[in-house]
Design a protein around this ligand. Structure first.
Ligand code: OOG
Ligand code: NI
Length: 463
């Protein structure tokens, strides 16, 4: 607690992510099996490859590894998104990045709420991929209006959580109320077995898009997956089948590499769950819904704009050579094309650093410090071993991968794109704030570590 006796936002986020994980484990028991599998694989990788463990120690990620996960939710209105932003701000989570999923046939645009600084991320890297439905993409006007009405009737936040958010905004923090906030906030993300709409409307919405039914058909934005971080996603993918956790057909993102970049993801398929729809005069009508699943990810180094352009180019090349959406029948061919095209992306950290493809922390190598002299350039300090570079881990998401995850978990996998163009302005208006530019955040992390090293070496030299 600080001088005002406020709980730190980092602490509230840590507690919230633990509570969320416990809730989801109760709701979706397969998720518990997945966490156990990921823990086993991570343990094995660190035993067999001590250099990976050392890298995690150097970047401060070792401690957070077992607790690391992201979740995803989908909201229906601008107002819901706006309050969501304020709710996440209590936990030190701010909107980073803009993702337009409409070209991939998913009628939403999204951001990720997360902590911003290295220190906060290492206390709890918990992030939530948050999508806003674009109702304007429902072509049938009558149906669009029915959906609007259903959304206007719901209130996804408890009264108490809104009071606590206001309290946080007025006081600049929450005292012990932070504990209460965690419990109240959790209510918004809970699964509801009963649907406030009729089965008839649900089916109509479903025929437009599974995602619309998932958002409009429920009392709130149930958390639809939580994703632990693994150090070897290929091992986890194999292990899933052995443990009867049915995996998705394709691992999204870049191919397997010595030095992982960005993000690779896979998931287990959504469960079909019983739902009671609202019938006439207080009756209920039985039905089912598929939305909730589990996901695993392996995170690698964050790329610079130049690195990202190259990544997009190589990924697109592999996909267009495949000539189809990657699926179970063409998976082997897809992986082969992917590893061929990615031969053009250097697979060692020093080359990536020299070519300005990725972001790194600079760190002083104490054992070599007597080799330093004050007028040496960064490159020289690195090549003579005074400074080492450590990868800055990618904390964000990838739109093509996200679309693949969405599709694998919807009943009606519509593949065509919407013509509506991306609209970050509209999104930010709904959100009530601009989103942070993730590339700028990584650049600043790199810059800060560099300044720290320079200062440190100066002090050493003047001793
Ligand atoms: C979000 C899908 C995207 C990811 O990790 O890229 C996602 C959703 O299904 O709501 O979670
Ligand atoms: Ni996800």
């Amino acid at each position: 607690m600080n001088e005002k006796n406020f709980m730190s936002s980092d602490d509230i986020r840590l507690k919230f992510s633990q509570a969320m994980s416990a809730m989801y484990q109760k709701e979706v028991p397969l998720y518990t099996d997945l966490i156990e599998l990921v823990d086993d694989v991570n343990e094995l990788v660190m035993q067999q490859q001590p250099d990976i463990k050392q890298q995690l120690i150097n970047t401060g990620e070792l401690e957070r590894l077992a607790a690391e996960r992201h979740g995803a939710i989908r909201v229906g209105t601008a107002q819901e998104l706006n309050t969501m932003r304020r709710l996440f701000a209590v936990m030190g989570m701010h909107p980073v990045g803009y993702y337009d999923l409409t070209p991939a046939g998913v009628p939403v645009h999204s951001t990720a709420f997360r902590a911003l600084s290295t220190e906060s991320l290492n206390i709890s890297p918990f992030r939530v991929f948050t999508s806003l439905l674009r109702l304007e993409l429902i072509e049938d006007e009558a149906l669009r209006n029915q959906a609007k009405q259903a959304l206007a009737k719901r209130n996804i936040f408890t009264d108490r959580v809104v009071e606590l958010i206001e309290c946080f905004e007025e006081q600049g923090g929450l005292s012990q109320q932070g504990e209460e906030f965690v419990l109240e906030a959790l209510e918004t993300f809970r699964w509801h077995e009963s649907s406030p709409i009729s089965k008839e409307l649900y089916d109509q919405l479903l025929s437009q898009h599974g995602l619309i039914a998932d958002i409009v058909g429920f009392k709130g934005p149930h958390i639809n997956h939580l994703t632990p971080r693994t150090l070897d996603i290929d091992l986890v993918q194999k292990g899933m089948s052995q443990r009867n956790i049915p995996p998705k057909d394709i691992i999204e993102g870049p191919p397997r590499r010595q030095c992982p970049i960005l993000l690779r993801q896979t998931s287990f398929k959504a469960l079909e769950e019983a739902v009671n729809f609202t019938g006439d005069e207080g009756s209920t009508v039985a039905g089912t819904h598929t939305a909730r699943f589990g996901e695993i990810e392996q995170r690698g180094v964050a790329l610079t704009p130049k690195g990202r352009v190259l990544y997009d180019q190589l990924l697109n090349a592999a996909r267009s050579q495949l000539g189809a959406t990657p699926n179970a029948t063409n998976a082997d061919e897809y992986y082969q094309l992917l590893s061929q095209t990615f031969e053009a992306f250097p697979d060692d950290y020093h080359s990536m650093h020299e070519q300005g493809l990725a972001y790194f922390y600079y760190q002083v190598n104490e054992a070599m410090i007597d080799k330093a002299s004050s007028h040496q350039a960064m490159d020289e300090l690195i090549s003579n071993g005074v400074l080492r570079i450590e990868p800055i881990v990618y904390e964000d998401f990838l739109p093509v991968s996200a679309a693949g995850i969405f599709h694998s978990n919807l009943k009606d996998a519509q593949q065509g794109g919407y013509r509506e163009s991306s609209n970050q302005d509209d999104f930010e208006k709904a959100l009530g704030a601009p989103v942070h530019d993730e590339l700028e955040l990584y650049r600043m992390m790199q810059e800060r570590s560099k300044e720290y090293c320079i200062e440190y070496l100066k002090k050493q030299a003047s001793k």
